[in-house]
Design a protein around this ligand. Sequence first.
Ligand SMILES: *[C@@H]1O[C@H](CO)[C@@H](O)[C@H](O)[C@H]1NC(C)=O
Ligand SMILES: *[C@@H]1O[C@H](CO)[C@@H](O)[C@H](O)[C@H]1NC(C)=O
Ligand SMILES: *[C@@H]1O[C@H](CO)[C@@H](O)[C@H](O)[C@H]1NC(C)=O
Ligand SMILES: *[C@@H]1O[C@H](CO)[C@@H](O)[C@H](O)[C@H]1NC(C)=O
Ligand SMILES: *[C@@H]1O[C@H](CO)[C@@H](O)[C@H](O)[C@H]1NC(C)=O
Ligand SMILES: *[C@@H]1O[C@H](CO)[C@@H](O)[C@H](O)[C@H]1NC(C)=O
Ligand SMILES: *[C@@H]1O[C@H](CO)[C@@H](O)[C@H](O)[C@H]1NC(C)=O
Ligand SMILES: *[C@@H]1O[C@H](CO)[C@@H](O)[C@H](O)[C@H]1NC(C)=O
Length: 744
Amino acid sequence: MSITISFICSSPFVLFILIFQQTKVKRMNIKTYTLFIFLLLFIAIQQIESKNEQPIKIDNHQQQQQLLDDSNYELGVGIWDVTGPAAETGMMGYAQPGQITEGIHFRLRARAFVFVDVNGNRAVYVSTDACMIFQAVKLNVVQLLQDHFGPDLYTSDNVLLSGIHTHSGPAGYSMYALYGITALGFYKENFDTICNGIVQSIIMAHNNVQPGRLLVEQSTLYNTSINRSPNAYLNNPEEERSLYQDDTDKNITVIRLENGQGDAIGVISLFSVHCVSMNNTNHLISGDNKGYASYMFEKYMNGNDSLPGVGPFVAAFGQSNEGDVSPNTMGPKCPDGSPCSSDSTCNGKNEGCIAHGPGIDMFDSTKIIGTNQFQKTLDMLESASTLVSGAIQYRHTYLAMTNLTVYPPFVQDPVTTCRPAMGYAFAAGTTDGPGAFDFTQNANDTQGNPFWNFISGFIAKPTQEQRDCQAPKPILLDVGMTKPLPWIPDVVPIQIITIGQIVLCAVPGEFTTMSGRRLRNTITQIIGQGIDNPIVLVAGLANTYTGYIATPEEYDVQRFEGAATAFGPNTLNAYLQEFSKLAQSIVDKKEVSAGPTPRNMTGHTFFFLPPVIVDEAPNGQFGKVLQDVESSYSVGDTVTVSFYGANPRNNFMTQSTFLTVDMLQSDNTTWRTILVDGDWDTRFYWKMHNLVQSAITIEWIIDPSWNYQPGTYRITHSGYAKPSMFSDKLVPYSGQSSEFQITN
Ligand SMILES: *[C@@H]1O[C@H](CO)[C@@H](O)[C@H](O)[C@H]1NC(C)=O
Ligand SMILES: *[C@@H]1O[C@H](CO)[C@@H](O)[C@H](O)[C@H]1NC(C)=O
Ligand SMILES: *[C@@H]1O[C@H](CO)[C@@H](O)[C@H](O)[C@H]1NC(C)=O
Ligand SMILES: *[C@@H]1O[C@H](CO)[C@@H](O)[C@H](O)[C@H]1NC(C)=O
Ligand SMILES: *[C@@H]1O[C@H](CO)[C@@H](O)[C@H](O)[C@H]1NC(C)=O
Ligand SMILES: *[C@@H]1O[C@H](CO)[C@@H](O)[C@H](O)[C@H]1NC(C)=O
Ligand SMILES: *[C@@H]1O[C@H](CO)[C@@H](O)[C@H](O)[C@H]1NC(C)=O
Ligand SMILES: *[C@@H]1O[C@H](CO)[C@@H](O)[C@H](O)[C@H]1NC(C)=O
């Protein structure tokens, strides 16, 4: 590798990609090893040097509440942009080191819903277009809310933050190392954008609360999900499986929020399915199938002329227990179209076995799986008839998950959870995104490959005690044993919020289908003693992320979901026991203890992605057209234009856009913006050009179903450039294409 210093400075990421690509080749050379050692030593030194831990004050303000049979609420909805860096940033989800952001398909949003009952008790549910909510996000959001509203109104206890699990958003917003490693650490500007977006969505919802009612509807949705680890599911007891028709939850629950006039002002739809319709070759920021469903729903309610992300109607497609649920409904196949073997390999190799469908490509699949959820929810919004009534109540506690004793009846004899660790199948990935190395799911092979063995050995050698605790999981990454700080959270929150008979269980990770059913059944039995006909729901990837939660039987199979169940075989049983205590405390009208204090990781983070050094354009003309549009297009065509732009990391254009498609109005002078970068039909691509230049390409696919009018159009691009290497000053710029005609 002959790499000059200037090349490294101007394109640091290339270096890391080269390293990772090298590791795909079995023989890693000595230079690669050295670089890795340097990287990992640096991480270690950062952690050792980091300051003492500051305990966090937990506000455990909870009131005793009387159960009221009342269906009058005050309701508010809000929406805000959470789109982060659209260039050079590792994407969260597939842990594929070369999968970095290179543009935007459509923007990510936080969608907030504030509920207030007749006694003034309030709760907030936020569904965020992010892969998951990390602990630091929840802590920071609550702190920002308390700075804004004072200490009592919004607390850790009554704020529920859930992530939709898109795998096409920028990573780097976890302060714990494991979930930041492919983004090269903690990207503060991305973290701040997500936290501020969530807070702004809540403030908006808070400011527009109005009297209204809630209606709920439950149904089933088929053709939208499959189980991606069916042989793990099959290890659950036969008598339990026979209670259910399917090996994933087809249940869909829709909550309609309406104002005093009976008009819908918002909707929350919960359905369990991974947001992995966009696969690990995608580089465009996207909300995947649930983001698309929200986008379509809001367009439908706010009008086809409305721009995305500004309300007033807000539609959240929240995530639930999607742990083993894939949207790739044609199932896994080998490259030659033959079925994969039962361990999800093709000719003994992991990489080839990939699930596809139902569309012709990943964009089409996203659209189909999103449309299924959108259409079903729309029908259910219109037919929703069960009135929600009763008090708003909430319980929240932190658990020391590394050594929690689980007692009968949740287990036969008392057992404890373990310090977190990831098994070998964790590196195998899933059929939605296989790992790049030679690992197979439920493999037991500890000879492994040099890359992971090196990382694994660097972290910590698992002790015999840890191996026994985690058995039968063969430990690859002993993430709980890293010194001085674990790589994933060890103090973990659980939370229940009730809004009348709706009971939301906020789970700190990805429950599998059967884990979710066991939780809902357990909580229904208990809370049914205090609430009539409870509708118990799982709010997934909420408040903190700690990987998967498989049943002990699924854990025994050690496919990906079992290998990523961090706290050992009794993880689920521990949660069942502790969630039961929260539910019982609601029935008994008692408070619960706040539990141990989570670690404040501020100041314990690292970040290796260098800032933008400098942007350059020919003669400093940022916004100059590089390749112009043609003069005329027909409906169904794709309009393409490219510009000399700048690195979109300079300014994320929050609540704004990097592009507009404008239409000339009939006065022949004014332009009306009809599409922005939050729209499905446009794509914004960023590419490094001559090392220090940015080529921005904008596409508009003129979809016939949207009824675009014939006429004169133009496309504009705006952004911020950093013209000097020696100054942090950013300069706004814009450019526009020539005018072009759209004909029928
Ligand atoms: C975490 O610590 C930082 C500084 O050490 C402090 O500013 C911040 O308020 C703390 N966070 C919380 C949630 O207490
Ligand atoms: C699914 O929804 C149906 C109502 O459509 C309900 O009877 C059933 O209990 C639900 N199943 C689960 C597992 O929640
Ligand atoms: C699923 O789709 C197939 C064909 O695409 C159709 O025949 C079937 O009726 C659908 N099932 C449901 C429950 O909608
Ligand atoms: C991702 O989807 C594209 C089609 O959009 C397909 O060509 C490609 O093979 C898929 N790759 C993987 C790894 O699934
Ligand atoms: C777990 O907690 C028990 C007491 O509850 C203690 O005896 C034991 O040493 C602890 N184990 C670890 C690994 O910390
Ligand atoms: C896993 O490996 C161990 C030791 O190599 C062996 O004893 C055990 O039978 C293997 N288990 C499976 C499921 O292959
Ligand atoms: C706008 O331009 C078109 C064609 O160039 C012309 O037919 C039309 O009269 C103009 N409208 C106005 C309001 O000037
Ligand atoms: C909005 O656009 C959709 C196409 O995606 C179309 O089906 C619908 O009819 C349009 N609605 C109106 C009111 O034009």
